[in-house]
Design a protein around this ligand. Structure first.
Ligand code: ADQ
Length: 757
């Protein structure tokens, strides 16, 4: 079986320094349980920090390593400074509150970024040291957002998955982070990025669009050399284990003891003591319920368990005092000699204690202000083999979209939550059972093992639409393109060059009119066209007028509107490829004008044969959405018309059928082809027609990202121009196998003789 390398901030153990050595205890958290199976079955490694923050002696360190080795765990020791800056400072002090929408908990001045980078790099080094080809790497959570890309740089071929256990916040909030772009790029190093809910995936996709300008196609992001898939994998619990525990005699006995004679109803809350979990507002709602419904006094009890957590972070120390104060206030105000309204436990519970509470609860209250998933809610459901009990669940817990039959509350609405608490306590047994049953079924079906398997299976699969699929070999890089070009030039006598304009020779400008050629480009094209035995064609979607105005004086062949119009040489007439067909134009133009009016920053371009709607300056998400709607609408409208709908780079274009850039390639005899080097460069979908029409020996180059049939890919306009310049550095020499010079001066046997001097 393929080895899985699990990489998480923490190893699934607790380490304690003891006299003369260390004590290593396995931990039983949700993540540890879920991942233990692939860890054991795949024979892989788990790489992370042991949690020991104090400096261990050399002997203790050696004892620790040897014990961890036996469990196939690899420790990444952190210094006390790293713990305080990377872990408590940046990960828990900045990312944690921000990703949970709690900006008020952020420090005024964020200073620990460098420590976060340093530790992520340290993780990358250790993982790379242990990596063997064929291993799958699965990186976990917000402490390691940079790691996927750091690994990609070291291990370009590795299959890397990343899962985020906490929410991914809305783009509006995420963008407040100074290091926002670096964090997104870090995550994009993975092949598969997983989230608990579709909402988090949407927020991430929208951040990629708004902050990095990337296009996300539902669940896939196209980078220049590979695709990244996005997926939703709601994490589950080990339901079977909770069911077994629930039937344990010790649990049954404890449950009976907790219930007593049934005269006092039990509400239960179980959380880490964390400000995201909503404990203070939960207490206020409970207090409000006691105020509004005095009949409940002495007849209800809230058991609130809080495990100490992140006690080194200042915000958590203050938070503890707040909770202590509220508990004291409610107990002081409502308590009697016979009754304590809030039973507060500040420690971790054993499994038996925990499951007994789940079983004894009349109402389980899970009301976080924000929570990636929340496993407590699912553990409660799994434990309720008796089919009874009510779950009150915050709509801001990731679990809420999977558990709609729970009583959902907005935890910020203290009064509303108080009323829901009351409703939960008053619910009939029939309704309680009817609601619980589907919830339990879902928790049993989608348990933690299914979660792990689903993620790993998807990581294993190749995306059928990916650029790197076996059917289309991945394009080679700039260096390979140059080598191939040199080799081809050495073996041939003539050179034919086909160049797209926008995005290839000049960068995109806010409006089409602003993308005029700079003097450097004019000089480059002029020199290239004057190169011996060389013909240069510029083939663009632009109008005749634009090309004539900007490039007309150069000795180039120009092709406007994707090859609808052609001008063979300066001063020659523009020739149309077909009659202008037009019955579809008027209604389409009216639609485009309407869309442009409703989409600020977009505009309509009217060409003689084609119509285009450009949305480069529109707000990216609105633009992309309108483009989709437009394509769908036009596809229906034009289904029986001789019109093609094209999606270019931030443009939707309609043009007569059969007119595309591919048609301009002259038909050359096989002998002529053998002695002609052909180079084609373009950056968008319309250039794919050009590449498709190229002979097998041609060097076709895609400029920038996107799926392509081209043999090579380069970064952008700068690289494209550099390739053209390199042609000038290689003066034409007649190779021995090339035909005599006189022959090459004859016009090629095609409709469009290349321009030559
Ligand atoms: P957490 O924030 O830790 O996890 P949660 O999902 O509720 O939150 O898991 C807590 C775990 O700790 C549960 O297994 C629970 O049983 C246990 N626990 C809590 N209080 C306890 C107590 N007093 N005694 C003993 N055990 C206790 C992060 C995200 C979550 C996400 C998980 C998994 O914040 O949103 O669900 O990761 O992805």
């Amino acid at each position: 079986m393929t080895r899985v390398l699990i990489v998480a901030n923490r190893l699934p153990v607790t380490v304690r320094a003891v006299d003369g050595g260390v004590e290593v205890q396995p931990s039983t958290g949700g993540l540890a349980t879920g991942l233990l199976r692939p860890h054991e079955q795949s024979g892989g490694l788990w790489i992370g920090w042991s949690g020991a923050s104090e400096e261990l002696t050399d002997d203790q360190q050696a004892a620790l390593t040897s014990q961890l080795d036996g469990l196939r765990l690899v420790n990444i020791p952190l210094t006390p400074t790293q713990v305080s800056r990377y872990y408590e400072g940046f990960a828990n002090g900045v990312l944690w509150p921000l990703f949970h929408y709690l900006l008020g908990e952020l420090p005024l001045h964020v200073r620990d970024w460098d420590a976060y980078v340093e530790v992520n790099e340290r993780f990358a080094e250790v993982v790379a040291e242990h990596y063997r080809p064929g291993d799958r790497i699965w990186v976990h959570d917000y402490q390691l957002l940079l790691l996927p890309d750091l690994l990609r740089q070291r291990l370009p071929e590795a299959r890397i998955g990343f899962f985020l256990h906490i929410p991914f916040p809305s783009e509006e909030l995420f963008r407040t982070l100074p290091a926002r772009e670096a964090l997104l790029r870090g995550m994009l190093g993975a092949d598969l990025v997983g989230f608990h809910t579709p909402g988090y995936l949407r927020h991430f996709a929208s951040s990629l669009t708004q902050l990095l300008g990337l296009t996300v196609d539902v669940d896939r992001v196209q980078l220049s050399s590979r695709d990244v898939r996005l997926g939703v994998f709601p994490m589950g619990v080990d339901a079977e284990n909770f069911e077994t525990l629930a039937e344990d005699p010790a649990v049954r006995a404890e449950t009976e003891a907790l219930k007593g004679d049934g005269s006092v109803r039990l509400m239960v809350g179980v959380d880490r003591l964390d400000y995201t979990k909503g404990i203070p507002r939960r207490l206020l709602s409970y207090e409000k319920m006691l105020q509004d419904h005095p009949d409940l006094r002495e007849r209800v009890r809230l058991v609130q368990v809080a495990v100490p957590s992140r006690t080194g972070v200042e915000a958590y120390q203050e938070f503890r005092l707040l909770v202590d104060g509220l508990v004291g206030r409610i107990n002081g105000e409502f308590g009697t000699a016979h009754w304590v309204p809030v039973h507060y436990i500040f420690r971790g519970l054993s499994d038996t204690e925990l499951v007994s509470l789940y079983r004894a609860a009349d109402v389980m209250v899970v009301t976080p202000l924000r929570d990636g998933m929340n496993l407590v809610a699912k553990e409660f459901l799994a434990a309720r083999t008796d089919g009874d009990g009510v779950l009150v669940l915050s709509e801001f817990a990731g679990a809420s979209w999977e558990l709609p039959e729970a009583l959902q509350v907005n935890p910020y609405d203290v009064d509303g939550t108080a009323e829901t608490f009351h409703r939960a306590l008053s619910m009939s047994e029939e309704e309680r059972r009817a609601r619980l049953q589907p919830l339990r079924t879902r928790v049993r079906e989608f348990d933690v093992h299914r979660w792990t398997a689903a993620f790993l299976e998807q990581l294993e699969q190749r995306d059928p639409r990916a650029l790197t699929s076996a059917a289309t070999p991945a394009p080679l890089d700039e260096q390979a393109a140059r080598t191939a070009l040199t080799r081809r030039l050495d073996a041939t006598a003539e050179l034919l060059v086909f160049l797209d304009y926008d995005g290839t020779l000049v960068p995109y400008a806010p409006t089409p009119d602003l993308a005029r050629p700079d003097p450097g480009l004019l000089e480059l094209l002029g020199a290239l066209a004057r190169r011996r035995e060389t013909a240069v064609h510029v083939v663009s979607g632009r109008t005749r007028e634009a090309l004539e105005k900007w490039l007309g004086a150069l000795p180039l062949a120009l092709h406007a509107e994707h090859g609808f119009w052609t001008r063979a040489r300066p001063g020659a007439d523009w020739v149309a490829a077909a009659d202008k067909v037009g019955s579809w134009r008027e209604p389409v133009l009216a639609i485009l004008r309407d869309v442009a009016a409703r989409t600020p920053g977009s505009l309509v371009e009217i060409k003689s044969a084609a119509l285009a709607w450009h949305y480069r300056m529109a707000e990216p998400e609105t633009g992309a959405r309108r483009a989709n709607e437009l394509r769908l609408h036009l596809a229906q409208l034009l289904s029986n018309q001789p019109v093609e709908i094209l999606s270019g780079n931030k443009v939707v274009e309609m043009r007569p059928h059969g007119i595309n850039k591919g048609r301009i390639f002259p038909s050359l005899s096989p002998e002529r082809l053998a002695t002609t080097a052909v180079l084609a460069m373009g950056d968008d979908q319309t250039d794919e027609d050009l590449f498709a029409a190229m002979p097998p020996d041609a060097i076709s180059i895609r400029v920038g990202p996107g799926p392509t049939r081209a043999g090579y890919r380069i970064d952008g306009v700068k690289a494209a121009r550099a390739i053209l310049e390199s042609l000038l550095e290689r003066p034409r020499v007649t190779p021995t196998e090339a035909p005599p010079r006189g022959r090459s001066s004859a016009a090629p046997a095609g409709p469009l003789p290349p321009v030559r001097r």
